[in-house]
Write a protein that binds this ligand. Structure first.
Ligand SMILES: Cc1ncc(COP(=O)(O)O)c(C=O)c1O
Length: 348
């Protein structure tokens, strides 16, 4: 039986579907073998990514996780440490890949409520007191910072990290899975925001709605080495221009519209703050992610009831999360808020 039940899916921006122009570009894409440098769309996407990020070169990889893993393997030798925030996605959400594949040690420093790392703690780790302390291979930061609610690091924040790390000859990598949400929120170009760092990853999927792929950008010599490491991980591609073509559309057409997602998230947060049982400060919502706490029992029951009523969200370790994206309209937000209000009132 076909049902036309309305669903507003706020679990993540990873649920986005490709746009019509992406599907057309994919259907029409001229293809070739990546291994021979023959795929025109992959080549164009890598050049475009390098240009947008202000770096010398770009590399198409399958996912944000693979981009971050390649950065770790590029910058850190076995037994070296990477300094990351204790709530970093690469530490809590990527299966420990840098340790598994590269023998890299995660050294944790505190993330504050905006996702910024504690620079005093970084300084201590960069200046080992004891000889046997592992060498630091890189410092990684995340922008926007997921588990603190899509918060934004500014150019000045990033520069502070880079200056400190570089004064010890340690490179800096940005996990920029959603860095375009940060550039739009700050009204700055990616090349300016990421100017001081050595490598940056960003995702073409998620808010930009492409069905596949992330980019790793940096110095040409680093990216050529990362290309070989990608191959060694089984990440070499063939006629992936069929997907790269959607990535080109994502970069050319989808960045500017993220402002709509931010506005929808802001409206959602304002509405949620009025719902009995929900605690949140709308001012904490800087991009497309709305995190909040619920001071009611039976939270998983409330979530299930919302799902039955057509609104999907998630309960994570950090609390409840709703994320706005390309598939969500202003009207969807109004509708979802009316469902959320009715549902929560049943549980207070
Ligand atoms: C901040 C951050 N970094 C990296 C990733 C990993 O991206 P992927 O799912 O493409 O591997 C995610 C995924 O949601 C993320 O939120």
């Amino acid at each position: 039986m076909i049902t036309n039940k309305r669903i507003v899916d706020l679990r993540s921006d990873t649920v986005t579907l490709p746009t019509g122009s992406m599907r057309n570009a994919m259907a029409d894409a001229e293809l070739g073998d990546e291994a021979y440098g023959d795929d025109p769309n992959i080549n164009e996407l890598e050049e475009l990514s390098a240009e947008i990020s202000g770096k010398e070169a770009g590399l198409l990889v399958s996912s944000g996780t693979m981009g971050n893993l390649l950065a770790a393997l590029l910058h850190c030798d076995r037994g070296e440490q990477m300094i990351v925030g204790h709530r970093a996605h690469c530490y809590i959400g990527e299966m420990g890949g840098a340790s598994v594949h590269g023998g890299v040690i995660f050294r944790l420093v505190d993330n504050n409520e905006r996702g910024m790392i504690d620079l005093d703690q970084v300084y201590e780790l960069l200046n080992p007191k004891d000889e046997p302390q592992p060498k630091t291979g890189m410092v990684e930061i995340e922008n926007t910072h997921g588990s603190t609610g899509g918060r934004v690091l500014t150019e000045a924040d990033i520069l502070k990290v880079s200056q400190l790390a570089h004064s010890h000859d340690v490179p800096v990598h940005i996990d920029g899975a959603r860095i375009f949400n940060a550039t739009v929120a700050l009204d700055i170009s990616l090349s300016d925001l990421a100017q001081s760092v050595d490598t940056v990853t960003f995702c073409l999927s998620k808010g930009l709605a492409a069905p596949f792929g992330s980019m790793l950008c940096g110095k040409r010599e680093d990216i050529e080495r990362a290309r070989l490491i990608k191959k060694s991980l089984g990440g070499g591609l063939r006629q992936a221009g069929v997907m790269a073509s959607a990535g080109i559309v994502a970069l050319n057409e989808m960045v500017g519209r993220l402002a709509e997602d931010h506005q929808n998230a802001h409206n959602l947060a304002i509405g949620l703050a009025e719902v009995p049982g929900i605690n949140l400060n709308p001012e904490d919502v800087e991009t497309n992610q709305v995190y909040f706490n619920v001071n009611l029992i039976n939270q998983s029951e409330i979530l299930d009831e919302l799902e039955n009523n057509g609104v999907r969200g998630l309960i994570l370790d950090e609390g409840w999360r709703f994320v706005t994206h390309y598939g969500i309209t202003e009207e969807d937000i109004d509708w979802a808020l009316s469902i959320i209000d009715k549902t929560f009132k049943k549980f207070v």
